[in-house]
Design a protein around this ligand. Sequence first.
Ligand code: NDP
Length: 495
Amino acid sequence: MADEITAAADPGRAPARLDWSYAPAPEATDHAKVRESYGLLIGGKWVAPPSGSYFKTINPATEEVLASVAEAAEEDVDAAVRAARAAYARTWSKTSGAERAKYLYRIARILQERAREFAVLETMNGGKPIKESRDVDVPLAAAHFFYHAGWADKLDYAFPGRKPRPLGVAAQVIPWNFPLLMAAWKLAPALAAGNTVVLKPAETTPLTALLLGEVLQQAELPPGVVNIVTGAGQTGAALVAHPGVDKVAFTGSTEVGKAIQRTLAGSGKRLTLELGGKAANIVLDDAPVDQAVEGVVNGIYFNQGHVCCAGSRLLVQESIAELLVAKLKRRMATLRVGDPLDKNTDVGAINSRAQLDRITELVASGEADGAEVYQPPCELPERGFWFRPTVFTGVAQSYRIAQEEIFGPVLSVLTFRTPDEAVQKANNTPYGLSAGVWTDKGSRILDLASRLRAGVVWANTFNRFDPTSPFGGYKESGFGREGGRHGLAAYLDLT
Ligand code: NDP
């Protein structure tokens, strides 16, 4: 900056070195009030767990403790399920669709009004860049409530010839990568369809779900219609196994998804699972390369790669691979990694130490297998959990980095010669959540999209979400859909 000023004051003098780096642009945090401790939302009241057990939730960018959060034991889960059952029987099952819609609209409007508060809290508790929580997570969460408000009184029209009926009590377990958005994905269709809910947020990111609990109270949602129990894996396990639950909706790892499916086998409970992914982002030789590079960067570095549908495998046609990888590395070097509350930050903090350890171990396996690694030089803050944007070239399909979900800012590049080979490689994974295709020709998009075993295929874009569009996977990425009419059906008895 000093050089710039000198150069302007003396135009005859050639500037020695212009500093184009961004000045810090931190978002203010004073309007996001964090309480010292949080209880459980059961039957419309915030209650302390009888066990007196609390855990600390931190800011992963600074490792500072933000709050103490109640750890729900089996008895608390039981109380929450009973509260949900009572609210279903007494109130919610008797509330008309038009009335339910009013509550959902109200929740959506309050979310919009309190958007800054939610965005800041989401970033502080989860580590994601403020521009993502502000521009993606919070607006999309509100959009899900708006969208489902529109369906609440039109269920008969959504499923003509059927008699849609709610299922009863839904148990919903959500992960830490989109804490508020996943709560909205789960709650909005369940409530629109007339179910009551017990929600279990992830251990590392409970704060925005708890703030949403306050919003539900502000919207005067009848007590017990939504109950929130915080805790770790045991709390989630107790909830899904509870005999008073009619439907389980889970988003998280494939491993836990399989365990839940085993628990529920034979119980008659309805289940939807949205699990991991290892998406192929396929770039054909006629693709607009610069646009594709932006899509690849967005596909894997958005939200530090903590995205189930992240484009973590780049499949690029051999003839343009060198050019594309060179452009990609140049673009990666411009990514700003650091303080998530800074409005210019592109890549924030890794969500937890455990996740950082997982990413580090998988990246080490890629190097040991013989892939070539590139990370742009960038300074990382001293405290907190960080991982540089990383790309691997020279990756064979058998490497763990090409097979396993890394859930971090790590991209594996593979090449192909023909579209058939691209499809084969893309489908060569136990997962099937999403994929991307980059090409100039609509016919190639339609051809590839119809052959890719992925629930969502983006064409000349990536990571686009809309409440009207069903989202979900094949194979080990789970089953059932969220969003759109299909997502609504997952919360209804249509027989
Ligand atoms: P988990 O699947 O353990 O977490 C998801 C949610 O399930 C959390 O609320 C968690 O609680 C809860 N949970 C954990 N164990 C059980 C159980 N036995 N029964 C019911 N609920 C349970 O994911 P992790 O946080 O352990 O992440 C591990 C890996 O999973 C990541 O590295 C990533 O690869 C993948 N993952 C994928 C996600 C996706 O959207 N596809 C999301 C999150 C992770 P708690 O957090 O309190 O333990």
